[in-house]
Ligand binder design. Sequence first.
Ligand code: BES
Ligand code: ZN
Length: 618
Amino acid sequence: MFFMRLVSPLLCFVLLLAVSCRRTPSNERPKDPHSYSNPELVRVRHVDLDLEVLFEQKALQGTAVLALERAKDGNGAPLILDTRDLRIESVEGSRDGTNWSPAKFEVGATDPILGAPLTIHLPAGGKHVRIRYMTSPNATALQWLEPAQTAGKKLPFLFTQSQAIHARSWIPLQDSPGVRVTYSARIRVAKGLRAVMSAEHVETGIEGEFRFRMAQPIPSYLIALAVGDLAFRPLGSRTGVYAEPSVVDAAAREFEDTEKMMQAAEELYGPYRWGRYDLLILPPSFPYGGMENPRLTFTSPTVIAGDKSLVSLVAHELAHSWSGNLVTNATWDHFWLNEGFTVYVEQRIIEKIYGKERAEMEAVLATESLKREMERLEPRDQALQLDLRGRDPDAGSTDVAYVKGALFLRTIERASGRTAFDAFLRSYFDRFAFRSVTTKDFLDYLAKDLKTNVPVEVWVHKPGLPSGAALPVSDALAKVSDLAGQWAQGTIPSSSIPYAKWSTQERLHFLQALPADPGGRRMHALDQAFGITKSGNAEVLQQWLLMSIRNGYAPASAKLEEFLMSVGRMRYIRPLYEELAKTPEGMEQGRAIFVKARAGYHPIATATIETALRRPNR
Ligand code: BES
Ligand code: ZN
């Protein structure tokens, strides 16, 4: 007791000192609440990786050499890096990058969200640091797949997912989107495997050794690596697709419009600045639909529908080459600057290539989804700019950032006229190219460059959808809603519904426009007429499975299990488990499936599903 009484004021004092020091701004950049690093004093400029991929041990092992730059008042300041579950084997410092000597370092306490700081004390003038380390089999960025989890079933597969704050689980670095680095890498893999990264491939001619170079400065969450049995098909002069050999031809057909999408984006927002744009198709356990790793978008195979109906995902990830990768949110509080802009640009690309009707249908579907999500979000999470201190940055990854963000830009576009807004956006991307920005940076630039009467502060800081939002309208979807209503009331039979002729977007809207509980018998009628349980379209199937759980539609039960056993895309599986968790029988089924499926999920997905199944949902 006495000891505690003595220690706690002391502890408070030390903590207070630490906090107040860290808050002291030495320039106008915001402190990133999700990084321990101190880039205002010492900044990492280049990361050079030399890693061996050890499938047996589920680990990466090797070195990271960081090149540093010190601020004028940063002399003597230690270098603080972010890490999570890394085994640090040695740390050395150097003035010239050639002669190395051991450096003092310590790994601080682990925070469940942030991981642990690695503090390195370098001798005066130390400009380089070399860290020898090994990743943990539980590294949150890494998914190690057994051969059985791949399409080919013969070779293992590894991929990284660094966004938002997982890069620190495979590289010790300043893991903040406000810090940009160039990078280079040497990756060694076993025979028969190919390594790819979000960077330019540099030929070595050495078997099992792959070298890469990213010459443009990027934030850490865009550093990415994948290793597997990968084939390649060119799509155009600057575009191509990597995938397992049995998938690569279907992928090349599905994504044949990629080059056209690039041209459309360039016409709107200026030259593509990253050289090549390739797609990598991952095994189905990939936890996202897509990830905009520069030069190499990572893509879920669930996007391959056979009819290009889901390719707006490619437009989206490609759009990030401007919004996000070129102009980056400075911290995750400003995530909407990445995703809202990207959804807006995505819709413009879709409009240019597939026409206004398709773009508007997709925009309506997204807006409907936003409205549904907004109903269950706390008011503080309905604003565009967030305060995520003390929270996992993934908490900010909702339709608010994506869809409300895009509607905000649409509203500005309507107020200023398309020509003026296009010119504005293009100049915004130029002005802030290769920089990390805050919401205020955007609003200041907007106020200077484009005067409108859009209530920007309301959009950015207030919950809900502001009145006067430029909402999308689709005549085609309005007709679908009508039919759904009539069918639900029993005024028209299933045979009057032109489901077979409908696009994926119309089908999705039809399912979503039905009442939540048409009942198992009516679901059966729909299934008989349209064979929805057998749909090869992941988006339609997921919606149908959700309805099947809600309505206790047993014939879809086997399909549900098959889907949850093979697909790891969180946006699909999380709502399914959450729906199951609403009833005791569903919870039992969900837990039974999860026990079998979890080994195939990504660590980020596993954590999310565990939460969904922890207690009854409502
Ligand atoms: N950058 C995101 C994925 C992401 C967001 C990963 C936050 C980790 C944290 C990517 O661009 C994205 O938005 N993907 C979407 C698809 C898109 C078409 C809306 C997805 O994966 O569903
Ligand atoms: Zn995105």
